[in-house]
Design a protein. Structure first.
Length: 73
């Protein structure tokens, strides 16, 4: 499923996906606020990064972040 208006997708082990909204995540948890405000948008990342960030130092629940541009439905 791909719900409308979700702007964050968590990909879990086993292929499960959880859809969410940045504004709710950022207001609920300072880690997400930092992630969405301190990490630059995709165009500010270097070509070497290709829109991906290693988040393993954030805790065992975070592995990586990948920015993707998605067409607005």
């Amino acid at each position: 499923q791909a719900p409308l208006c979700a702007d964050v997708v968590f990909q879990l082990q086993g292929g499960h996906r959880v859809f969410a909204h940045r504004v709710y995540l950022a207001t609920a948890c300072s880690r997400f606020y930092d992630l969405f405000t301190l990490e630059g948008p995709p165009e500010t990342l270097s070509e070497r990064d290709r829109g991906s960030r290693d988040l393993s130092s954030w805790g065992r629940g975070f592995l990586s972040l990948r920015w993707e541009l998605v067409a607005d439905p």
